[in-house]
Design a protein around this ligand. Structure first.
Ligand SMILES: CC(C)(COP(=O)(O)OP(=O)(O)OC[C@H]1O[C@@H](n2cnc3c(N)ncnc32)[C@H](O)[C@@H]1OP(=O)(O)O)[C@@H](O)C(=O)NCCC(=O)NCCS
Length: 168
Protein backbone atom coordinates (compact mmCIF):
# COMPACT_ATOMS: atom_id res chain seq x y z
CA UNK A 1 0.00 0.00 0.00
CA UNK A 2 1.25 3.44 -0.84
CA UNK A 3 1.87 5.91 1.93
CA UNK A 4 2.06 9.68 2.11
CA UNK A 5 5.80 9.29 1.43
CA UNK A 6 4.90 8.54 -2.21
CA UNK A 7 3.45 12.01 -2.64
CA UNK A 8 4.79 15.53 -2.55
CA UNK A 9 2.81 18.43 -1.10
CA UNK A 10 3.85 21.75 -2.57
CA UNK A 11 2.48 25.31 -2.76
CA UNK A 12 0.15 26.35 -5.61
CA UNK A 13 1.77 27.56 -8.83
CA UNK A 14 0.20 29.76 -11.52
CA UNK A 15 -0.08 26.85 -13.98
CA UNK A 16 -2.17 24.82 -11.48
CA UNK A 17 -5.27 26.93 -12.28
CA UNK A 18 -7.00 24.36 -14.52
CA UNK A 19 -6.25 21.60 -12.03
CA UNK A 20 -7.88 23.63 -9.26
CA UNK A 21 -11.11 23.76 -11.30
CA UNK A 22 -10.94 19.97 -11.70
CA UNK A 23 -10.54 19.59 -7.94
CA UNK A 24 -13.41 22.01 -7.35
CA UNK A 25 -15.63 19.56 -9.22
CA UNK A 26 -14.24 16.65 -7.17
CA UNK A 27 -14.96 18.56 -3.96
CA UNK A 28 -18.71 18.73 -4.68
CA UNK A 29 -20.52 16.34 -2.38
CA UNK A 30 -23.01 14.04 -4.12
CA UNK A 31 -25.48 12.57 -1.59
CA UNK A 32 -26.09 8.85 -1.87
CA UNK A 33 -28.68 8.07 -4.53
CA UNK A 34 -28.12 11.40 -6.34
CA UNK A 35 -26.66 11.86 -9.80
CA UNK A 36 -23.34 13.75 -9.97
CA UNK A 37 -23.78 17.20 -11.56
CA UNK A 38 -22.38 17.79 -15.07
CA UNK A 39 -18.70 18.83 -15.10
CA UNK A 40 -19.54 22.33 -16.30
CA UNK A 41 -21.39 23.00 -13.03
CA UNK A 42 -18.10 24.54 -11.84
CA UNK A 43 -18.67 27.36 -14.33
CA UNK A 44 -21.67 28.62 -12.33
CA UNK A 45 -20.73 31.90 -10.62
CA UNK A 46 -21.45 30.52 -7.13
CA UNK A 47 -18.81 27.81 -7.72
CA UNK A 48 -16.34 29.41 -10.12
CA UNK A 49 -15.70 32.19 -7.59
CA UNK A 50 -13.86 29.63 -5.45
CA UNK A 51 -11.08 29.23 -8.03
CA UNK A 52 -11.23 31.96 -10.67
CA UNK A 53 -7.93 33.80 -11.07
CA UNK A 54 -6.62 31.91 -8.10
CA UNK A 55 -3.49 33.40 -6.59
CA UNK A 56 -4.46 36.93 -7.58
CA UNK A 57 -6.87 37.77 -4.75
CA UNK A 58 -5.37 38.90 -1.44
CA UNK A 59 -5.18 35.99 0.97
CA UNK A 60 -5.40 33.18 -1.61
CA UNK A 61 -3.47 30.18 -0.32
CA UNK A 62 -3.32 26.66 -1.77
CA UNK A 63 -1.34 23.44 -1.66
CA UNK A 64 -1.17 20.75 -4.34
CA UNK A 65 -0.39 17.03 -4.04
CA UNK A 66 1.83 15.40 -6.67
CA UNK A 67 2.10 11.63 -7.13
CA UNK A 68 5.87 11.05 -7.11
CA UNK A 69 5.65 7.99 -9.36
CA UNK A 70 3.75 9.66 -12.20
CA UNK A 71 4.19 13.39 -11.47
CA UNK A 72 0.39 13.65 -11.82
CA UNK A 73 -1.40 16.21 -9.69
CA UNK A 74 -3.84 14.27 -7.51
CA UNK A 75 -5.14 16.62 -4.85
CA UNK A 76 -5.53 20.19 -3.73
CA UNK A 77 -6.68 22.26 -0.82
CA UNK A 78 -7.15 25.98 -0.92
CA UNK A 79 -8.35 29.02 0.99
CA UNK A 80 -10.11 32.09 -0.35
CA UNK A 81 -11.65 35.11 1.36
CA UNK A 82 -15.20 36.11 0.49
CA UNK A 83 -16.86 39.37 1.33
CA UNK A 84 -20.35 39.99 2.65
CA UNK A 85 -21.67 40.65 -0.85
CA UNK A 86 -20.26 37.43 -2.30
CA UNK A 87 -20.51 34.97 0.53
CA UNK A 88 -19.36 31.39 0.06
CA UNK A 89 -21.26 28.37 1.34
CA UNK A 90 -19.11 28.27 4.50
CA UNK A 91 -18.94 32.03 5.04
CA UNK A 92 -18.35 33.22 8.60
CA UNK A 93 -16.98 36.75 8.18
CA UNK A 94 -14.89 38.82 5.78
CA UNK A 95 -11.60 37.99 7.50
CA UNK A 96 -12.04 34.21 7.71
CA UNK A 97 -11.10 32.38 4.50
CA UNK A 98 -13.09 29.40 3.33
CA UNK A 99 -11.40 26.04 2.85
CA UNK A 100 -11.96 23.61 -0.02
CA UNK A 101 -10.29 20.23 -0.50
CA UNK A 102 -10.37 17.23 -2.79
CA UNK A 103 -8.20 14.22 -3.49
CA UNK A 104 -8.53 12.24 -6.72
CA UNK A 105 -10.86 9.27 -5.98
CA UNK A 106 -8.13 6.69 -6.76
CA UNK A 107 -5.89 8.11 -4.05
CA UNK A 108 -8.35 8.61 -1.19
CA UNK A 109 -8.15 6.91 2.19
CA UNK A 110 -4.32 6.81 2.35
CA UNK A 111 -3.74 9.70 4.73
CA UNK A 112 -3.04 12.23 1.97
CA UNK A 113 -6.01 14.45 2.83
CA UNK A 114 -4.91 14.61 6.45
CA UNK A 115 -1.33 15.50 5.49
CA UNK A 116 -2.50 18.07 2.95
CA UNK A 117 -4.88 19.77 5.39
CA UNK A 118 -2.17 19.82 8.04
CA UNK A 119 0.19 21.59 5.61
CA UNK A 120 -2.45 24.17 4.71
CA UNK A 121 -3.50 24.83 8.31
CA UNK A 122 0.12 25.22 9.43
CA UNK A 123 0.65 27.87 6.76
CA UNK A 124 -2.75 29.50 7.32
CA UNK A 125 -2.20 30.18 11.00
CA UNK A 126 0.59 32.62 10.10
CA UNK A 127 -1.94 34.86 8.33
CA UNK A 128 -5.36 34.07 9.78
CA UNK A 129 -7.06 33.69 13.16
CA UNK A 130 -9.37 30.99 11.79
CA UNK A 131 -10.54 29.21 8.64
CA UNK A 132 -14.06 27.96 7.87
CA UNK A 133 -15.75 25.46 5.59
CA UNK A 134 -19.11 24.07 4.55
CA UNK A 135 -19.69 20.32 4.74
CA UNK A 136 -22.63 17.99 4.32
CA UNK A 137 -23.39 16.17 7.55
CA UNK A 138 -23.34 12.82 5.77
CA UNK A 139 -19.95 13.50 4.11
CA UNK A 140 -17.28 11.26 5.72
CA UNK A 141 -14.91 14.23 5.42
CA UNK A 142 -16.69 15.61 8.50
CA UNK A 143 -14.74 13.17 10.70
CA UNK A 144 -11.46 14.31 9.22
CA UNK A 145 -12.31 17.94 9.99
CA UNK A 146 -13.30 17.07 13.56
CA UNK A 147 -10.02 15.21 14.09
CA UNK A 148 -8.16 18.33 12.96
CA UNK A 149 -10.02 20.53 15.45
CA UNK A 150 -12.83 22.02 13.37
CA UNK A 151 -15.95 22.86 15.38
CA UNK A 152 -19.50 23.30 14.14
CA UNK A 153 -20.71 26.89 14.22
CA UNK A 154 -24.01 26.62 12.36
CA UNK A 155 -26.10 23.74 11.08
CA UNK A 156 -28.44 24.32 8.17
CA UNK A 157 -30.45 21.21 7.30
CA UNK A 158 -28.12 18.66 5.69
CA UNK A 159 -25.16 21.06 5.69
CA UNK A 160 -23.06 22.70 8.35
CA UNK A 161 -20.46 25.41 8.68
CA UNK A 162 -17.34 24.54 10.65
CA UNK A 163 -14.48 26.67 11.90
CA UNK A 164 -10.92 25.93 12.95
CA UNK A 165 -9.66 28.62 15.32
CA UNK A 166 -5.92 29.25 15.62
CA UNK A 167 -6.24 31.77 18.45
CA UNK A 168 -8.91 33.09 20.80
C1 LIG B 1 -12.20 14.46 2.03
C2 LIG B 1 -10.91 14.02 1.35
C3 LIG B 1 -10.17 15.25 0.83
C4 LIG B 1 -10.04 13.31 2.38
O1 LIG B 1 -8.84 12.93 1.75
P1 LIG B 1 -8.29 11.43 2.00
O2 LIG B 1 -6.90 11.41 1.46
O3 LIG B 1 -9.26 10.48 1.43
O4 LIG B 1 -8.30 11.40 3.59
P2 LIG B 1 -7.36 10.62 4.60
O5 LIG B 1 -6.99 9.29 4.01
O6 LIG B 1 -6.25 11.51 5.04
O7 LIG B 1 -8.30 10.48 5.83
C5 LIG B 1 -9.39 9.60 5.76
C6 LIG B 1 -10.60 10.40 6.14
O8 LIG B 1 -11.08 11.11 5.01
C7 LIG B 1 -12.49 11.04 4.99
N1 LIG B 1 -12.87 10.28 3.80
C8 LIG B 1 -12.47 9.06 3.40
N2 LIG B 1 -13.04 8.74 2.23
C9 LIG B 1 -13.81 9.79 1.88
C10 LIG B 1 -14.65 10.07 0.78
N3 LIG B 1 -14.83 9.21 -0.22
N4 LIG B 1 -15.28 11.24 0.75
C11 LIG B 1 -15.11 12.14 1.74
N5 LIG B 1 -14.31 11.93 2.82
C12 LIG B 1 -13.68 10.76 2.88
C13 LIG B 1 -12.91 10.37 6.26
O9 LIG B 1 -13.04 11.36 7.26
C14 LIG B 1 -11.72 9.51 6.57
O10 LIG B 1 -11.62 9.26 7.93
P3 LIG B 1 -12.32 7.96 8.55
O11 LIG B 1 -11.64 6.81 7.89
O12 LIG B 1 -12.08 8.07 9.99
O13 LIG B 1 -13.75 8.05 8.19
C15 LIG B 1 -11.17 13.06 0.16
O14 LIG B 1 -11.74 11.87 0.65
C16 LIG B 1 -12.05 13.64 -0.91
O15 LIG B 1 -11.55 14.24 -1.86
N6 LIG B 1 -13.37 13.47 -0.80
C17 LIG B 1 -14.31 13.96 -1.79
C18 LIG B 1 -14.37 15.46 -1.80
C19 LIG B 1 -14.88 16.00 -0.49
O16 LIG B 1 -15.77 15.46 0.12
N7 LIG B 1 -14.29 17.16 -0.11
C20 LIG B 1 -14.68 17.85 1.09
C21 LIG B 1 -15.88 18.69 0.83
S1 LIG B 1 -16.42 19.50 2.34
Amino acid sequence: METVQNYTIRPFQADDQAFLSTMLYQAIFVPEGSQPPPPNVVELPELSKYVCNFGHQPGDLAYIVVDNATQQLIGATWLRLFSGDHKGYGYVDDSTPELSIAIDPQHRGRGIGHALLTALLTAAQKSYRAVSLNVWVENPALRLYQRLGFETVTANGPEMTMIKRFSD
